[in-house]
Design a protein around this ligand. Structure first.
Ligand code: SF4
Length: 357
């Protein structure tokens, strides 16, 4: 069996194989998953219908939890950012964004990132390692624990739980597709998290072959693509991935995604003063979007570490939006959340990827 460290990384069949290796009954696998993902237990002592023999094997073989809370920051707008420490002393960040009784969680999929987008603080860490599915799921479970402990309420006035997952924290999710696919599959299972595929969004910088693989695997999720510019020269200047898969190749992949899944694609567009937030850029965006089933999420650049990139003024943003809206393109201007705690888009990074010994 693959050497996962976190018990939550295993799917049902793998749990059954593990149980079989010490002659335990396969039905125990469902019981374990129920404790992990439905009851979301905090210790093995809570798993009361499992025999001590299984619990001691579990403790010997896996971490029940492999993240620990290192820091927690709450924004004035209610957004919370956690810094979690992994079992091997790396740091990752997770952000919860509450909106009218809905709780969206932006999860990390890697420690650092190899993609080098110039507007993103995570890029400065470089790539350190992939996260296991169990480590991605644990971020969501830990946010659920916070909601439970703080007696938060859903829109219906019931005990709150995470309602939406966005794979847009640290890392390029499609560079860790095995674990991201595994995570989405567990979240989607009715008996476990029962998370509908419209409530999970994978956001990619544009890894073209992996977009195709996502369709082949039928991963239960929606797709967002960081477009950020509509011409190759400009896009390459902020996103090196564009040198490998330019806009034409990217659009071919997203068209195939739409054709084969029936879902539209969301294009993310960071508005950067004098670069992507100009009238010419708006017209180019219209040229791309007009013939396609898509929508655009625009967001103004957040202050990062790159002083050469600036946030556009409100007047410049309005001028951009006016051109796009006049062409009847569906565009939403996202309100930045958690800016004061560096939890907004492009602001996630830990100064040291790994704790020094
Ligand atoms: S924007 Fe996303 S893909 Fe680009 S460097 Fe940052 S984390 Fe990686």
């Amino acid at each position: 069996m693959k050497a996962f460290k976190n018990i939550k990384s295993l799917n049902l069949e793998e749990l059954k194989t593990w149980l079989k290796s010490f002659e335990e009954k396969p039905y125990r696998a469902e019981q374990i998953q129920n404790w992990l993902f439905v009851n979301q237990v905090r210790s093995t002592a809570e798993m009361v219908n499992l025999p001590a023999s299984i619990l001691s094997k579990l403790d010997e073989s896996f971490y029940l939890h492999s993240l620990s809370e290192s820091q927690k920051h709450t924004s004035t707008d209610g957004t919370i950012k956690w810094l979690f420490k992994t079992h091997d002393s790396f740091y990752i960040e997770t952000v919860m964004i509450p909106t009218n009784g809905r709780y969206s969680v932006c999860v990390s999929t890697q420690v650092g990132c190899a993609m080098g987008c110039t507007f993103c603080r995570t890029a400065k860490m470089g790539f350190l390692r992939n996260l296991e599915a169990g480590e991605i799921l644990e971020q969501i479970i830990r946010v659920n624990w916070h909601l439970e402990d703080s007696n938060s309420l859903s829109r219906e006035g019931l005990a709150a739980k995470v309602t939406n997952i966005i794979f847009m924290g640290m890392g390029e999710p499609l560079n860790n597709l095995d674990n991201v696919h595994r995570t989405c599959s567990i979240l989607h299972q009715q008996k476990l998290f029962n998370m509908g595929k419209k409530r999970m969004t994978i956001s990619t910088s544009g890894i073209v072959p992996k977009i195709k693989e996502l369709v082949d695997r039928n991963t239960p999720c929606c797709l967002a693509v960081s477009l950020n510019s509509s011409n190759n020269q400009q896009r390459s200047s902020v996103m090196p991935v564009n040198d490998v898969w330019p806009i034409e190749a990217l659009l071919e992949a997203t068209d195939e995604y739409t054709r084969r899944t029936g879902n539209y694609v969301t294009f993310e567009f960071v508005l950067i003063k004098n670069i992507t937030c100009t009238k010419e850029a708006a017209k180019e965006l219209v040229r791309i979007c007009a013939p396609r089933r898509c929508k655009v999420n625009a967001i103004a650049l957040n202050d990062g570490d790159n002083n050469s990139l600036q946030t556009p003024s409100e007047i410049e943003i309005e001028a951009f939006l006016e051109i796009v809206r006049a062409a009847k393109i569906q565009i939403t201007m996202r309100t930045p959340r958690g800016r004061d705690i560096f939890a907004a888009c492009g602001q996630l990074a830990h100064k040291q990827g790994k704790e020094s010994c």
